[in-house]
Design a binder for this molecule. Structure first.
Ligand code: GLY
Ligand code: MN
Ligand code: MN
Length: 437
């Protein structure tokens, strides 16, 4: 584990301090999902549960009970079971949970109905993610009702139910040193995968063959994909969430790859766009240079004290100016910015929070206003230009070109730290790398 057990314990303490002594926090593990019959989807722990526990198993529930004398941090988990473990692999068991993960106490998940209502009793507030998992919502209501049924015997049921996300997701937004170390590693693995893709790509290959090269690098380092990779040649790059990844790559086209690794649950998220044959055409290069300049301007705005949307606005300005210079937009910069004319070519935002989730949690606005960037936040910076193959009023030579460049950037007290630099985005560097194939 890159993140030590002591850090998970610190996060639990922090959350308990924020929740207050009359609260209980309840967080279930992610359920296993059946793909068909006996086959499951790959198991991925719930990010909130992982953040607070580091515990990798399904069928577990974390209860945080600040100030409880017999123990504040409680895990319910599967019991050891040699017969089941022979089929499905080892379990920590409740003793292992205490020893290895540092909970104050642990109980078999089979006993939760008997134990948890007694822990809820006397707590005035319940912090929980309502509406995420209907089955678990109903269980929680059942436990609370068990307490309510005992009111005449003197039981005190909770009377406030609070969304957990406000407290927890603000904690998750600020990455610790250990988290940043893990994210740098995730970024390095993803960068290596993109370099391998550039080295391997040749005209006539299929998009899925390039995808295989990415996955090879992820798995070699014990990572998985943090989302389904987008590997889109030619006009497929203009489909923003292209996922088919099954077309042949043509000489003269660009290839857009949006692929990130997930290492120890932390995501990276990189996009590179490069020529299938290793050389940019003049039109491709002209648009590419605009996107790269937009990204540089945006990255420079990823600084503490800047509003969250400043880096998007910086990218939009450079893209709009560039499209005017190429004649793809007509009129003045101000008029085009005012009318959002760039949206025909650039229809998404310039980034998002990054962390345990690829589109990570945390509010972008506070009281309706974009919040300020602060050290420890991590964002992606991913401007693009997409000239759809059927876009009206655009000369044919520009059509079907889609370009995005995406890097992962840490807000520091000084200059922005780009953690995905190990794969080139400079067009000359890309051509030089591909020339050595
Ligand atoms: N790969 C998803 C994104 O770039 O946001
Ligand atoms: Mn991406
Ligand atoms: Mn992204």
């Amino acid at each position: 584990m890159t993140i030590p057990a002591s850090e998970f314990a610190r996060r639990r303490r922090q959350l308990m301090r924020m929740a207050g002594r009359d609260a209980i926090v309840i967080v279930p593990a992610a359920p296993e999902r059946v793909r068909n019959n006996d086959a499951h989807y790959p198991y991925r722990q719930d990010s909130d549960f992982h953040y607070l526990s580091g515990f990798p198993e399904p069928e577990a529930v974390l209860a945080l009970i600040p100030g409880r004398a017999q123990g504040e941090t409680i895990l319910f988990c599967r019991e050891k079971d040699p017969e089941r473990e022979r089929w499905d692999g080892a379990r920590a068991g409740h003793e292992g949970a205490v020893e290895q993960y540092g909970f104050d106490d642990a109980f078999p998940i089979a006993d939760i109905d008997d134990i948890l209502p007694g822990m809820i009793e006397g707590r005035s507030r319940v912090y929980y993610h309502f509406g995420r998992d209907t089955e678990f919502d109903l269980k929680l209501i059942g436990w609370v009702n068990r307490v309510r049924a005992m009111v005449r015997q003197g039981a005190k049921p909770p009377h406030e139910f609070v969304a957990l996300s406000h407290l927890l997701h603000d904690l998750r937004l600020f990455k610790s040193r250990a988290e940043l170390r893990t994210m740098r590693r995730s970024a390095q693995i993803a960068a290596e995968a993109h370099v391998r893709a550039m080295r391997t790509t040749r005209p006539g290959m299929n998009e899925h063959e390039v995808e295989a090269e990415l996955l090879h690098t992820f798995r070699r380092h014990g990572a998985v994909a943090s989302y389904e990779p987008i590997v889109g040649g030619g006009a497929n790059a203009c489909v923003l969430h292209y996922r088919a990844n099954n077309a042949p790559l043509r000489d003269g086209d660009l290839l857009l790859i949006d692929a990130g690794a997930e290492f120890e649950c932390y995501a990276s998220d990189i996009t590179r766009t490069f020529p299938v044959n290793g050389r940019f055409s003049p039109e491709q290069r002209a648009l590419y240079d605009i996107v790269l300049a937009a990204q540089a301007a945006a990255i420079d705005a990823v600084r503490p004290g800047r509003a969250y949307d400043a880096y998007h606005e910086a990218a939009v300005r450079v893209i709009t100016r560039g499209l005017i210079e190429l004649g793809l937009l007509k009129g003045t910069l101000d008029a085009n910015l005012r009318d959002h004319a760039y949206r025909r070519f650039y229809m998404h935002k310039t980034g998002h929070w990054l962390g345990l989730d690829v589109h990570d949690v945390g509010d972008y606005r506070i009281d309706g206003e974009f919040r300020e960037l602060e050290p420890g936040m991590v964002v992606t910076v991913e401007p693009g230009i997409y000239v759809a193959p059927d876009l009206k009023g655009v000369p044919a030579r520009w059509r079907g070109i889609g370009i995005r460049i995406e890097d992962d950037v840490v807000v520091t007290s000084g200059d922005p730290e780009v953690i995905t630099r190990d794969v080139p985005s400079d067009p000359d560097a890309i051509e030089a790398l591909m020339a050595k194939r």
